[in-house]
Design a protein around this ligand. Structure first.
Ligand SMILES: C[S@@+](CC[C@H](N)C(=O)[O-])C[C@H]1O[C@@H](n2cnc3c(N)ncnc32)[C@H](O)[C@@H]1O
Length: 230
């Protein structure tokens, strides 16, 4: 295109940042989650927070609007947190939420926009939290994501997993129908690539992470686990 002198070509982003599709649902994601699951998804994410040691360095990836970050710091103010979020809107909401909370506004939290690709070489954490993140990816994408997170976890460190992970296999019909409709909904609105739940057990077994605690929620459709890197 030929530009006349003095005119400025508008800079169009070539494409959306990777995995930023939750921007579309950010304004209503929390309400929708409560409407469908009541408090269950929150309870799962809170279940094992007390297992986190004081002064630990935390990676919270895919934390969404920031409500879990707030709870985490209320429980354990001495933590240092890296909050890694792919959706700019979700990240803004989390930042605003913390800024509004006078007691936590100066907490040592680094807000970082991006995916696991935004982790720095050599960066390590004592605890990693992946709250309802890992179900978004098909196996071929999940595998490198898990490998990258595993690399950043210190030896003896904990991985707090909370996700849709049916206790009963194969899952009962109501769970399969609910999962199917969620994948359709978030596939259309947020570009979620997966079409079915991954086999989490197999993925974590491959990484040789030791399961230390487990709790189930929402009729066994959701689990919260603590894994340790040995
Ligand atoms: C299903 S939502 C869960 C949000 C929150 N954990 C909750 O349960 O309320 C998944 C979140 O992960 C974020 N996300 C998706 N892929 C990501 C990635 N590769 N790295 C970081 N965040 C990601 C999305 O933007 C979204 O906020």
């Amino acid at each position: 295109m030929k530009l006349s002198p003095g005119s400025i070509q508008p800079l169009k982003p070539l494409r959306q940042p990777k995995n930023s599709g939750f921007d579309t649902v950010a304004p209503f994601y929390d309400s929708l989650s409560r409407l469908v699951f009541g408090n269950s998804l929150r309870q799962a994410q809170l279940a094992h927070l007390r297992a986190i040691p004081a002064r630990a360095r935390i990676l919270l990836i895919g934390g969404g609007s920031g409500w879990l970050l707030e709870k985490l710091l209320q429980l354990q103010p001495s933590l240092t947190v890296t909050y890694l979020e792919a959706s700019p809107k979700m990240l803004q909401m989390a930042q605003a939420r913390l800024a509004k909370n006078q007691a936590l506004a100066t907490a040592p939290v680094t807000f970082r926009l991006g995916t696991e690709d935004a982790l720095q070489p050599g960066e390590t954490f004592d605890v990693i939290l992946t709250p309802f993140l890992l179900d978004l990816f098909p196996d071929q994408r999940l595998r490198p994501l898990l490998d990258r997170l595993y690399q950043t976890l210190t030896s003896g460190g904990s991985w707090l997993f909370s996700d849709f992970c049916p206790v009963q296999l194969p899952p009962p019909l109501w769970q399969r129908l609910l999962l199917q409709s969620m994948y359709t909904f978030f596939g259309l609105l947020s570009g979620v690539e997966a079409r079915a739940l991954p086999d989490f057990e197999q993925h974590f077994a491959r990484l040789q992470l030791q399961e230390e605690r487990a709790a189930s929620f929402y009729g066994g459709m959701v689990q919260a686990k603590v894994y340790r890197k040995v």
